[in-house]
Design a protein around this ligand. Structure first.
Ligand code: ZN
Ligand code: ZN
Length: 132
């Protein structure tokens, strides 16, 4: 994978192999050592800090670089964000509920008035047609 940073650190192969021996793909759980790769979460090939490394299957790794697949911690962050938004939306809904009810009632009243007017007109038409 071509990423930021010119080249890997000299002991990268050792680090990567050790991690792949002990961990499966963090996304799909791939177990086969040959099919696993080690990914730099910040895309900096030279940042071998343990919390910057994650084991992925070759397939998941490609998708992560393409941006079509998110790492577990990114999905977790997104879930938290969505839950947060949903909670705030629920609060907003609670706040506007009484006004919405009033709005619906006003609209219903308008509709009723229009219908009443229409029915009146219809009755009037019927009456006049009977007369003529
Ligand atoms: Zn990578
Ligand atoms: Zn995978």
């Amino acid at each position: 994978m071509n990423t930021k940073g010119s080249s890997y650190n000299h002991d990268w192969k050792k680090i990567s192999a050790a991690l792949r021996k002990n961990q499966n793909c963090a996304i799909c759980g791939e177990e086969s050592f040959e099919k696993k790769e080690c990914h730099h979460i910040d895309f900096d090939k030279q940042n071998d800090a343990p919390d910057n490394l994650i084991v992925l299957s070759a397939d998941c790794h490609t998708k992560v670089h393409l941006g079509t697949l998110k790492l577990p911690h990114q999905m977790e962050a997104e879930r938290t964000k969505i839950t947060d938004i949903q909670e705030r939306l629920a609060d907003v809904n609670k706040l506007i509920a009484p006004y919405q009810l009033a709005y619906v009632n006003v609209a219903d009243c308008e509709l009723l008035k229009q219908n009443a007017h229409y029915m009146e007109k219809e009755m009037l038409d019927k009456l006049t047609s009977n007369i003529s």
